[in-house]
Design a protein around this ligand. Sequence first.
Ligand code: NAD
Ligand code: ZN
Length: 242
Amino acid sequence: MDRDHDLARARSLVAASSRPLALTGAGVSAESGVPTFRGADGLWRNHRPEELAHVDAFRRDPALVWEFYRWRRDRVRRCVPNAAHHALAAYGRARPGLVLVTQNVDGFHRAAGSPNVIELHGRLMIDRCLDCDFERDEDPHESGIPRCSACGAFLRPGVVWFGEPVTRIGDAFHAAAWADLVLVVGTSGVVEPAASIARVASRRGAAVIEVNVEPSALSSIADVTVLGRAAEVLPALLPNPA
Ligand code: NAD
Ligand code: ZN
């Protein structure tokens, strides 16, 4: 199947939808220069992210975990949202009911102006207290292990770590049950519960469009997979009211 044909089919599914849901992963930010985890760029000093993105790792060696996250923050701070984030934001203005569920922690969907963003894995650029509800914006000039100004415990990055419950999962599944279209962009489909969000919507009868540079674990439930980079495909696929 050639890409123009797939794109035309995907466009007609978009046009027929009134309750769309978008599910995005690290691939949507790849062209901003933020590395994906499963790509060649996925290691930091020979540590796999899974070894560092865990509360046990933080308790064992908070300085090391902070060093890893400060490195990730530096990378994100040097990047900006790309054409894929902007196309999704414009789509959200064209279809105000659009719910955008992301696994990304870089905040680029909000920065691009998308309404209704559910950030399942939290936010890289905020600090949260290990013990209480306190949170604050990052201080990029800080070093060492920051402490909570409310209770004195260590602060940690505001991301969801392995083994922790994701944020607003109820809202995400609610949107999945109600959606008539799911647009899956740049996600490997192997991280749960994000992958299940697409599966639940599909089982409830939603059409599924996938945009990825290669087939993924979710390709089998996609009505159409448009192979290509998100920043090229999404502006060609989505309506833009501006
Ligand atoms: P992943 O790294 O497992 O998979 C990325 C997917 O994107 C792959 O399927 C790949 O083929 C695809 N891809 C790569 N470049 C692309 C492009 N230009 N256009 C379209 N698709 C492209 O990412 P995931 O499935 O999102 O899950 C991994 C976890 O990593 C999540 O928990 C997420 O929180 C975290 N993570 C987030 C960021 C970020 O915030 N930007 C970056 C890396 C990892
Ligand atoms: Zn606290």
